[in-house]
Design a protein around this ligand. Structure first.
Ligand SMILES: [Fe+2]
Length: 556
C-alpha cells in the first residue's frame, strides 16, 4: 500500500459526465489514460514512475467486467489521517451495496488512483493501482507518500472504465511549522433511522465558509441497532439482512453500506481529509472492553468485536493497520505545526465496566476508585507523554464521551452518567492533573456521544467549587441521532441549574466548525431546525471563543 511520487505530469484526461454521479472516460480519454494506470493483478499494489504507458490498457483486468454497469463507487471516496508528506485514500467497490459482497464477484479487481495539485488533474503528482480484494470487501486503502506539507491536493479513482468525482485533501504542516490558523470541524452520532444528514451539506459547503483543513469524526459513524423502523427514512424496500442488528462481518458491512450510500456524507468526505475514531455503536451500545450491552459471554463478544473492527477498518480512510482479531489500536495523534495537536483517544476498548448498571448515579467511592480506568494504563501513559512533549499552542483531546460532570438533580440527588468520565473520576483526575503537572497550556476537550451541544469548564472535581478550571470542553451535538431535538430541553435546564461550569446546553442536531489561531479558539455550533423531514435550515446557535492562555469561555 505504497506508491511512488512522480514529478512529470501527464496531460489532463478528458471526461464526460454520465447521467449519474459516475463519470465515464471517453474513448479518446481511454487511450490517453493508458498511462493513468496499468492493471497488475497478482500483487497488492502497482505504482507508476511517470515514464508513460506500462502494462495493459487499464482497468478491465483479469476480473473481467464486474457490476453489470452499475456504479462501482456507490459508497463514495475519502481521504484521511494526513501527515506532512502523506495521506490515505479510500474507496470500496460495491455496485449493489445492499447485497452481500456489495454485488462484487469474489475476485481481485484493480483500482487506479491519482493525485494532483489542481482539481482538473493537469498537474498529477502521484498515481498508481491498488488491488481491491474480496477479503477486504473490495475496499482499498492507498498510502500516498512524497507529498508536500500543508498543501491541498485532489484525488480520484478509476475502475472498470468508471471514474469518480474528485475529492479534496490536505497534508498537515511540517513539524514545528509556524501556522497562523487551522480550520476544522467535528461530527458524531449519525443514526440513520433518526434523521437526515443535512448538517453534512453545510459542513462541506464552501460558498458559506472557507474549505476545512481537516474533519474529525468522534464516533457512532454507524448504529448497530434494529433499523426496521425510521422516523425519517423509507425502509420498506430494505432487506432484513441490512436492517437487523449486525453480529457477523457481512452484517456489519451491510450496515456500513447503508450509511455510506448517503450523498451528504459522501460530499463531506470529498471536502477534506477525515480523522475517524469510534465510540460504542460501531460495535454494540455502551460496550466496555470485553463487556457487551447484554452481558454476553466475553469470548463470544470478542468474536463479534473482531467482526465490527474489521468492518470499521474496511470503511474508514485510516492509517490504522487492518485488524486480525478483536483488538485494534486506534488512538493516535495529529499535529498541525506549532498550533494544534489532536490526541485522538479510544475510550471503549480499554475501559473498566460501567458502574451501577450504566445508568445515572451519584458519585461515590466506587466512581472514584483509582483502579478503574477509562483509557487503560498504556494509552494513559502515551497521552501524558504526548502532553509533556507537546510543542503546540493548543492541546486537544479528541474523543467520545464528556469529561465534564453533566450533573442533574434527579429524585433529590446529584446524579451523573456512569458512561462518561464522570463515572471514572480517578482516571479523569490522572489526565487533568497530569496535564497541569506537565505545564500544558490551552487544554481543550472535544467530544460527541451525548447528542447535544454543551460548553463547559474542565475541572478536576466538580463538587469542589475551589477546583480551578484547567481547560474547556465542547461537546458537539449529533448529526441526526435523537431526531429533531429541541434547543432548551428539560435535561439542559436541569444541568445548567445543577452544574455552574456548564455555560451552554442545546439538544438540536448539527456539528461544530472551528478556527484556531495562536491567540484564540473560535467554534461555531452549527445546528439544523429539523432532520426528520427534508429542508432543514442551518444556523449558528452560538459562537464559543476561548482566549489562548486562559480557560475562559465567551458565548456570542
Ligand atoms: Fe451516539
Amino acid at each position: 500500500m505504497t506508491d511512488t511520487r512522480i514529478s512529470t505530469a501527464p496531460s489532463g484526461i478528458t471526461l464526460t459526465r454520465g447521467t449519474t454521479r459516475r463519470r465515464f472516460l471517453t474513448w479518446s480519454a481511454v487511450t490517453a489514460a493508458a498511462a493513468f494506470a496499468p492493471a497488475m493483478l497478482g500483487s497488492a499494489h502497482a505504482q507508476t514512475g511517470g515514464s508513460g504507458p506500462t502494462g495493459s490498457s487499464g482497468s478491465s483486468g483479469s476480473a473481467g467486467s464486474v457490476g453489470g454497469g452499475a456504479d462501482l463507487f456507490s459508497l463514495g471516496i475519502a481521504s484521511g489521517d494526513p501527515l506532512p508528506d502523506s495521506v490515505i485514500l479510500w474507496t470500496r467497490l460495491a455496485p449493489s451495496p445492499l447485497e452481500p459482497g456489495g454485488g462484487m464477484p469474489p475476485l481481485p479487481v484493480p483500482v487506479d488512483w491519482e493525485v494532483a495539485t489542481d482539481p482538473s488533474f493537469r498537474r498529477v503528482v502521484a498515481r498508481g493501482t491498488e488491488i481491491a480484494l474480496p477479503d477486504n470487501a473490495h475496499s482499498v486503502h492507498v498510502t500516498v507518500n512524497g507529498l508536500q506539507p500543508w498543501t491541498e491536493y485532489h484525488y480520484r479513482f478509476r475502475a472498470q472504465g468508471q471514474i469518480t468525482e474528485p475529492g479534496r485533501t490536505k497534508t498537515t504542516p511540517a513539524a514545528g511549522q509556524s501556522l497562523p490558523a487551522l480550520s476544522f470541524a467535528w461530527a458524531s452520532c449519525q443514526n440513520w433511522v433518526n434523521g437526515l444528514w443535512t448538517a453534512y451539506t453545510d459542513l462541506a459547503d464552501t460558498t458559506s465558509h472557507e474549505p476545512l483543513d481537516v474533519i474529525l469524526h468522534l464516533g457512532d459513524y454507524i448504529y448497530e441497532g434494529d433499523h426496521r423502523k425510521s422516523d425519517a427514512r423509507d425502509t420498506r424496500d430494505i432487506d432484513f439482512s441490512v436492517t437487523r442488528e449486525p453480529y457477523t462481518l457481512d452484517e456489519y458491512r451491510l450496515r456500513y453500506s447503508l450509511y455510506k450510500r448517503e450523498p451528504e456524507l459522501q460530499t463531506a468526505h470529498r471536502a477534506a481529509p477525515w480523522i475517524v475514531t469510534m465510540d460504542d455503536h460501531e460495535v454494540d451500545n455502551n460496550w466496555a472492553g470485553e463487556i457487551s450491552q447484554d452481558d454476553d459471554d466475553p469470548a463470544a463478544f470478542l468474536q463479534r468485536r473482531a467482526q465490527a473492527f474489521k468492518a470499521w477498518w474496511e470503511h474508514t480512510p485510516t492509517r490504522v493497520q487492518a485488524p486480525t482479531g478483536p483488538t485494534l489500536t486506534i488512538y493516535r495523534q495529529a499535529v498541525y505545526g506549532d498550533l494544534a495537536t489532536f490526541n485522538v483517544l479510544d475510550t471503549r476498548q480499554y475501559r473498566s465496566d460501567q458502574l451501577y448498571g450504566d445508568g445515572s448515579h451519584v458519585q461515590d467511592a466506587a466512581t472514584a476508585d483509582p483502579s478503574r480506568t477509562m483509557v487503560g494504563a498504556q494509552q494513559e501513559n502515551w497521552l501524558l507523554d504526548n502532553l509533556a512533549s507537546s510543542t503546540t499552542r493548543w492541546n486537544i483531546l479528541a474523543h467520545q464521551t464528556v469529561m465534564t460532570d453533566l450533573a442533574q438533580m434527579t429524585d433529590g440527588e446529584r446524579q451523573v452518567s456512569m458512561d462518561g468520565w464522570s463515572g471514572y473520576e480517578a482516571s479523569r483526575h490522572r489526565i487533568l492533573d497530569g496535564a497541569v503537572d506537565r505545564g500544558v497550556d490551552n487544554l481543550m476537550s472535544i467530544v460527541g456521544d451525548i447528542h447535544r451541544n454543551t460548553v463547559s469548564e474542565l475541572k478536576r472535581d466538580y463538587r469542589d467549587s475551589r477546583s480551578p478550571a484547567v481547560g474547556v470542553e465542547i461537546a458537539g451535538t449529533s448529526i441526526s441521532s435523537g431526531g429533531d431535538g429541541k434547543d432548551l430541553d428539560d435535561a439542559a435546564e436541569n444541568m445548567l441549574a445543577t452544574t455552574p461550569e456548564i455555560k451552554l446546553s442545546s439538544a438540536q442536531r448539527g456539528y461544530v466548525r472551528t478556527t484556531v489561531t495562536p491567540e484564540q479558539w473560535s467554534s461555531d455550533l452549527r445546528v439544523v431546525d429539523q432532520v426528520t423531514t427534508p429542508g432543514g435550515r442551518m444556523r449558528t446557535r452560538a459562537t464559543v471563543t476561548v482566549p489562548a492562555g486562559r480557560p475562559e469561555i465567551s458565548l456570542d
